[in-house]
Design a binder for this molecule. Structure first.
Ligand code: PAF
Length: 286
C-alpha cells in the first residue's frame, strides 16, 4: 500500500495503475475510519482493481464555530485498517498541499443545499463540493463511493457531477448500524456511554416514521411531530432539524406521495448527529 501526501506522488501512482488498465476507485474520507467507512472501502475494493482512500480533514467545510480543531483522527489506525482491507493507495495531504494559496474558486450547488444541513451549515456544501472536485481532479477515479448516511452530501455530489459533466460514476453504500441502530460516525467519539445510548433516539424516531408511513400516514407534519416527541424525551438532545423532503431536490413536502427522504440532525451533548431513511409512499388499497 502506497501512502502519499503530495499531489504529484498520487498522480504518478494512479497514472501507473491506469497504464496497467486498472479501474480506479476512490473513497473520500476525513479519517477516524469506522465500520461505515470500512463497508464502503470493501465495496470499492470488490468493484475496482485500484482502491484509493483519501484522508483529509477539509477545513473549508467547517464553520469557524465548528469542531475542525478537535475533529477525531488516528492516522496510524486508519492506515492499518486500510492495509487490512486491501487498499492500494492512501492520499493524505496537508492543508497546505490542497490549499497552497487563498482559494478563490468554489463550487456551489444550489437548491439541494437550501434545507436540512444547509440551513444551519450555510457554507458547508460549498466546502464539500470544492474538495471533492479537487480530489476528482487529482485522482481522476472511474468510480467514487459515498455513504447514504450523508444523504444530502450524496445528492449534492451527484448533482455536481451531472451538472459539470465530471467523468466519474458516483455510487452509494447503505448506512451501517450498530446494535440498537446508532449509525457509526467519527463524531460518535465525542459521546460518553450515556450520550451514546441516548443517540439511539435518532434511529427510534426514524423507525417510528417508517411505521407510520407503512400504516398509511402521509401528512408529513404529523410524522415530524411524532418524531419530535421521541427525541425530546432525551434530556440533553437538541433538535437541529427533522425534515421530510422529496428524494431528488430535497425540498420539503406536505404529503408523502412519492419516495421521500426523512432526515434529522440532533445535538446530543457535544456531538451533532445526523441520520436518515428513504421511504416509499404507502401502498394504495383498492
Ligand atoms: O463525508 C466526508 O467525510 C467528507 O464530507 C468528504 C466527502 C470526505 C469531503 O471532505
Amino acid at each position: 500500500m502506497i501512502i502519499a501526501d503530495t499531489i504529484s506522488q498520487t498522480r504518478k501512482a494512479v497514472a501507473q495503475a491506469r497504464d496497467e488498465c486498472k479501474t480506479i476507485g476512490l473513497v473520500p474520507t476525513m479519517g477516524a475510519l469506522h465500520e461505515g467507512h470500512f463497508s464502503i472501502i470493501r465495496r470499492c475494493r470488490e468493484e475496482c482493481s485500484f482502491a484509493v482512500v483519501s484522508i483529509f480533514v477539509n477545513p473549508t467545510q467547517f464553520a469557524p464555530d465548528e469542531d475542525l480543531d478537535k475533529y477525531p483522527g488516528n492516522f496510524e489506525a486508519d492506515c492499518r485498517a486500510c492495509r487490512d482491507l486491501g487498499v492500494d493507495l492512501i492520499f493524505a495531504p496537508t492543508a497546505a498541499e490542497i490549499y497552497p494559496r487563498e482559494n478563490l474558486t468554489w463550487i456551489n450547488v444550489e437548491k439541494i443545499t437550501d434545507h436540512l444541513c444547509g440551513t444551519s451549515r450555510p457554507d458547508h456544501f460549498r466546502g464539500v463540493c470544492t474538495i471533492v472536485a479537487k480530489l476528482f481532479n487529482i485522482i481522476q477515479p472511474d468510480i467514487a463511493w459515498f455513504g447514504q448516511k450523508d444523504a444530502q452530501q450524496l445528492a449534492v455530489i451527484r448533482r455536481m457531477v451531472a451538472d459539470l459533466n465530471m467523468p466519474v460514476e458516483v455510487r452509494s453504500c447503505p448506512t451501517v448500524r450498530e446494535t440498537g441502530g446508532l449509525a457509526p460516525s467519527s463524531r460518535n467519539n465525542y459521546l460518553n456511554p450515556g450520550q451514546r445510548s441516548r443517540g439511539l433516539c435518532l434511529n427510534q424516531a426514524l423507525s417510528r416514521a417508517r411505521e407510520m408511513v407503512t400504516d398509511g400516514t402521509t401528512d408529513t407534519n404529523t410524522i415530524i411531530e411524532a418524531m419530535r416527541l421521541i427525541i425530546e424525551k432525551q434530556p440533553d438532545a437538541h433538535i437541529d432539524y427533522i425534515s421530510i423532503v422529496d428524494n431528488d431536490l430535497l425540498q420539503p413536502i406536505a404529503e408523502i406521495d412519492r419516495p421521500v427522504l426523512i432526515a434529522l440532525a440532533v445535538r446530543i451533548g457535544p456531538a451533532r448527529l445526523i441520520d436518515n431513511i428513504i421511504v416509499e409512499p404507502p401502498a394504495k388499497t383498492l
